[in-house]
Write a protein that binds this ligand. Structure first.
Ligand code: F6R
Length: 241
């Protein structure tokens, strides 16, 4: 595991974008696993800037998003469909047919999750998976205590995740209680992982992830076992390592 500690959120974003960019320049038809949340926003902005400078091209890139809330319309501003379109896809030349995001409005969730794993496999697996980390150690929506052996599945969100994500919703009651997520097993099968973290509220969990025991109680700790994981951590989130 390679750990890069940087001075600011801006530096984290620039470094992360340069890693993604390098990967895309080596392999333009790269399969990129995308995360949402506050953490990667700056990285997406940097990638958009690089695209405008013609330093990177997304025409052949295939995108798989980590997760989506259940029962939330893709047009809803809190949906991860909206987030990705609004913050990234609408600003670059990503092809619609190459964008895969779990459908939180699917009539049959079992079929949806099965299909997602098949689609990832059909595209040759994820080359580079971008990850944020929850204060409780979740990656995607894989909550503490869940098996490391899961593919894409449905999760009931834990109270701590609902509380933490309520800042994005009008009230806590509006936060969906369930989500579809790529599983820990699917994530760890990516050929490269890029985990970003910023802010002092992530310092404890970053410590647990990097120096603690590998345990389903801290889902992100699994990355210790990955042969090609890069962590770009802003200094306040790296305070304990
Ligand atoms: C989002 C995701 C989550 C977030 C995590 C951190 O697609 O998979 O695991 O990465 O909740 O969120 P932020 O970046 O908002 O602190």
């Amino acid at each position: 595991m390679k750990i890069i500690i940087v001075d600011s959120y801006e530096e984290m974003s620039i470094k992360a974008a340069s890693i993604v960019q390098r990967q895309l320049n080596i392999k333009p038809d790269c399969v990129l696993g995308c995360a949402t949340g506050h953490t990667p926003l700056g990285m997406y902005k940097e990638l958009i800037k690089a695209y405008r400078r013609k330093e990177v091209d997304f025409e052949q890139t295939v995108f798989f998003n980590l997760d989506e809330y259940c029962n939330i319309d893709p047009k809803n501003k809190q949906s991860y469909h909206y987030y990705m379109n609004h913050n990234f896809f609408a600003h670059v030349n990503a092809k619609r047919d190459n964008i895969f995001i779990l459908n939180g409005m699917a009539k049959d969730f079992d079929q949806e999750i099965k299909m997602y794993d098949q689609q990832i496999k059909a595209k040759g697996g994820i080359d580079l998976q971008i990850l944020g980390i929850g204060e409780n150690g979740h990656i995607g929506f894989n909550e503490p205590g869940e098996s490391f052996e899961t593919g894409t599945h449905i999760v009931q969100l834990q109270e701590s995740t609902i509380n933490s994500n309520s800042k994005y919703f009008p009230s806590k009651e509006d936060v969906p209680t369930a989500a579809l997520t790529m599983g820990t097993k699917s994530i760890i099968q990516a050929r490269m992982l890029l985990l970003l973290a910023n802010g002092p509220e992530k310092a404890s969990v970053v410590y647990e992830t990097v120096k603690g025991k590998v345990t389903p109680q801290v889902p992100a700790s699994i990355i210790q076992l990955h042969p090609n994981a890069v962590l770009v951590i802003e200094k306040s989130a790296a305070a304990f390592i």
